[in-house]
Design a protein around this ligand. Sequence first.
Ligand code: NI
Length: 176
Amino acid sequence: MWDADAYKRALDFAARAHGAQQVPGSGFPYVVHLTKVAAEVMRACTHQPSADATLAVTCALLHDSMEDAGVTKAQLVQQFGAQVADGVDALTKRDAVPKPDRMRDSLTRIAAQPPEIAMVKLADRITNLEPAPPHWSAEKRSAYRAEAHEIARALAGRSAWLDERLQTKISEYAIT
Ligand code: NI
């Protein structure tokens, strides 16, 4: 089971870091996305008693803090320790990598991390496979779904619960 104090500490940190940022297209504060990802991970952890739920939930809440909120790895090491910082770093796409390769590069680094980090990535895509914004073209939706397949393939086997849930969300995702 996850530690509630760790959850609250990570949520406070993430809320402060993301500030006024919103979930694109919804007008919701960005923490709404983060807590949805954390909820997916929590549910998965109840099926997987061997998982370090505190690590998984903490990384879920912090997963976009480096990529989208300018938090540094050093700050995460200082606040949450090296294991969390390494996990969030793997979940962060690198600007130095050419854009078409960024997801694959991140997935390779996630795959080398403990399974809890892959669980966060699966939960993130499950959460993001809500109906696409109306202005997205069919091509963009189709590419997003193809990328979801790539994530599912690259990280299969870390959580049977999330693997299955991602497959369901992919099949329900409307591309037209
Ligand atoms: Ni995210």
